[in-house]
Design a protein around this ligand. Sequence first.
Ligand SMILES: Cc1cc2nc3c(=O)[nH]c(=O)nc-3n(C[C@H](O)[C@H](O)[C@H](O)COP(=O)(O)O)c2cc1C
Length: 612
Amino acid sequence: MASLHDPLPLPCGQTLPNRIVKAALSEGLGDSGAGPDERLHRLYTRWGAGGFGLIVTGNVMIDRTQLGEPGNVVIEDERHLDELTRWAKVAKDGGTPVWMQLNHPGRQANPLATRNRPVAPSAVAPGIPGLPVPRALTESEITDLIARFATAARVAEAAGFDGVQIHGAHGYLVSQFLSPLANRRADDWGGDARRRGRFVLEVARAIRAAVRPGFALGIKLNSADFQRGGFTEEESRAVVEALAAEGLDLIEISGGSYKSPAMMGRARGTSASTRAREAYFLEYAETARRAAGPVPLAVTGGFRSRSAMSAAVGSGACDAVGLGRPAAVFPSAAADLLSGRTAALHPPAISLGLPDRWTRGRMRTVDGALDLQWHTDQLHRLGAGSAPDLARSPWWTALSMVRRNGIDAFRPRRRSSEPGHDRLPRYSFPRNGFGRALGRSKFERGAGRGGCASRRGEGDVIRREALARKFRIERNVGRYVANPAFRVLDRLGVRSTLATELETVGRKSGRPRRVPVSALFDDEGAWLICQHGMRSGWGNNVRANPRVRLRRGDRWYDGTAELRPDDDVVARARAFAPHPLLAPLTAAGFAALQTTPVSVRVTFTGNDSAAT
Ligand SMILES: Cc1cc2nc3c(=O)[nH]c(=O)nc-3n(C[C@H](O)[C@H](O)[C@H](O)COP(=O)(O)O)c2cc1C
């Protein structure tokens, strides 16, 4: 019977000194050039002395234009080789092998860290607040991404890392390719399970071809998506079998995505046996054993006590156990457990502490985000040379999230282009919606739990009515308060791009119609935000006749306007801020006034005239 102390030989010839793995934890400690700096070195010095059998780094990105979190380290070439070498060295000083996790966020690209439009197998939004509809990758872009994984692995090897782990879990690009919900391609990269599995196999092959044989290659893979119609356990086992045939060294099992954060123990309906065994994915691991053949399996998620970890490894359900959150607050977790100093690790359960019935819907996502951020804050403390702070209140973390991300941090669910949803981005009830979500009507609650269709229909009717009510109030505020106020300011000579004027052609009257708008000017034109989308009079005017005039200071400029429903309207709103520090404020201002916002692009056509 295997024990936690036993070394674990891997197919590539490396041997892990014991069975406790420090799982990947995104540190967000890259410098402004996306290279590792002193803070990462300090953090990994702590983990390096922590007695682990294997240390997996937080996800390192392969494309600097697409990041998962602010502060990601990125490898595209050897420009940071020296700092990477130092990182590997300090982490390995205690004798533990160190693998670098490689990732591409795909449609989960973080809008705070990514200016470019996210890319994904298909143009299907992730259904996570604030994340836009991605652009579908072209075939040549797919091949380029595969090569990027291989390049990053080669650089990691040159820097002295002992291996790499492909991030194939949690709803990022690799798992998007595997999921039928995210991958709707009709070419050789999508369709049936075999074609959806092609991307990850090609990534594994490309990495293998780029590194020497003794360099380890692992993957973190989802047992399932934990979403209806998503990647299933059966499909996951088939991927395990196919990857095992590619000569992998370790398959780490996790599950879920940021929409359905099962990896953080926030899936619905946890069974009694799962609760007893602590780990969230152990039952699946048992069933994947045969598919994995000679490739060792690790399971991450939920382990807290030495007895549960020993039982999992002793029973043969898995060969190693991964620790995520406990490692963030107990950097010497493995040494503490193996020496018998500690019987169980208990990082605080992070939640806003709202009653259970409230946390079923969007609060689950909010609590998941808070859990991640609270632990990231601990990594930052360690990186700064401080001790973890177990007493840190989750409310402090919540406040700092709002400070950093503005109201977007807690933006209610945004409808996606998944089946049954509009293509236009819609925000239901900014601000108020949060309150409403906490006290939803019985019809909405029924719909949320998969209640019968008629109840869902009634819930929709209630939502639509509330939206219409909000629109009517805001239209009146615009007509009778905001617009006259802007006109008075204008007459007084107080002019700002946040309050200028747009002239459209009235679709019924054919006459010029002027409305106050905010505009973000550039050399060729300007961006506007149509706060009420298709409900707005001027939005509909533009759709009927794109000819417009826009005032900039004392001059009117002719242009053509186009509604751009695919643009990331949240990021656009933030860009209106005169200073980055004011971005959350600007975004919050827009959020407070909008119901169904759509970005609008005005392209100047060359004529201008003095304002009248
Ligand atoms: C702050 C934080 C950052 C994380 N970053 C990553 C990551 O970069 N890559 C990854 O595969 N998982 C990441 N995870 C998930 C963990 O590796 C792990 O799967 C999850 O925390 C469940 O394990 P636990 O119950 O031991 O915490 C992260 C988790 C946290 C809390």
